[in-house]
Design a protein around this ligand. Structure first.
Ligand SMILES: CC(C)(COP(=O)(O)OP(=O)(O)OC[C@H]1O[C@@H](n2cnc3c(N)ncnc32)[C@H](O)[C@@H]1OP(=O)(O)O)[C@@H](O)C(=O)NCCC(=O)NCCS
Length: 148
């Protein structure tokens, strides 16, 4: 597996990947272009040895300086449970630290298996929101102290 920041040449494939993984609630292709323009170091992709795009992670800064958000993390279903998501998250958090970020945030559905991944990386629940994005979709807001 190879991790790298996405380049403009990766973005169409990334948008396809997004539709394949998330199906309904997807970022549109133009968002990936904007994300790349705004946060080029924090749009990371993973490719298999045969160059297949198998995962990505995206971070963004938060208004208070020194804080950032993990907006998305995804691994292709065929490659889950092999450390791709963990490697992407580790790389994104390292990139946050390199940029002077001291606090990372994210939200996750409490029944999403991703929760375990985030807890393993040290994220702790701060609050629970019953209808976070849409009605009936709860989310935990989680925080990680990167300075610790
Ligand atoms: C969350 C996600 C990114 C994790 O990616 P991954 O590459 O499977 O991550 P890892 O292999 O590093 O770790 C996954 C954990 O689940 C376990 N696991 C085993 N088989 C698995 C499988 N088939 N699918 C998912 N997780 C599996 C791993 O052993 C690991 O457990 P651990 O944390 O106790 O070590 C991936 O499941 C995914 O893309 N989910 C759908 C998109 C999503 O919901 N993203 C999060 C939005 S908040």
């Amino acid at each position: 597996m190879k991790l790298s920041p996405a380049t403009p040449a990766d973005l169409a494939e990334l948008a396809e990947f997004e539709r394949e993984v998330f199906v309904r609630e997807v970022y549109p292709p133009f968002f990936f272009r904007q994300a790349h323009d705004l946060w080029p170091d924090w749009l990371l992709i993973a490719r298999s040895e045969d160059e297949r795009l198998i995962g990505y992670a995206l971070g963004a800064p938060v208004a208070p300086p020194g804080e950032a958000w993990v907006l998305s993390a995804a691994t292709h279903p065929d490659y889950r449970g092999q450390g791709v998501g963990g490697a992407l998250l580790t790389a994104l958090l390292a990139s946050f630290r390199a940029a002077g970020i001291h606090t990372a945030w994210l939200t996750v559905h409490p029944l999403n298996p991703a929760l375990r991944l985030y807890q393993r990386h040290g994220f702790c629940r701060v609050s629970e929101h019953a209808d976070y994005f849409v009605r009936g979709e709860p989310r935990w807001r989680m925080r990680l102290d990167l300075a610790a």
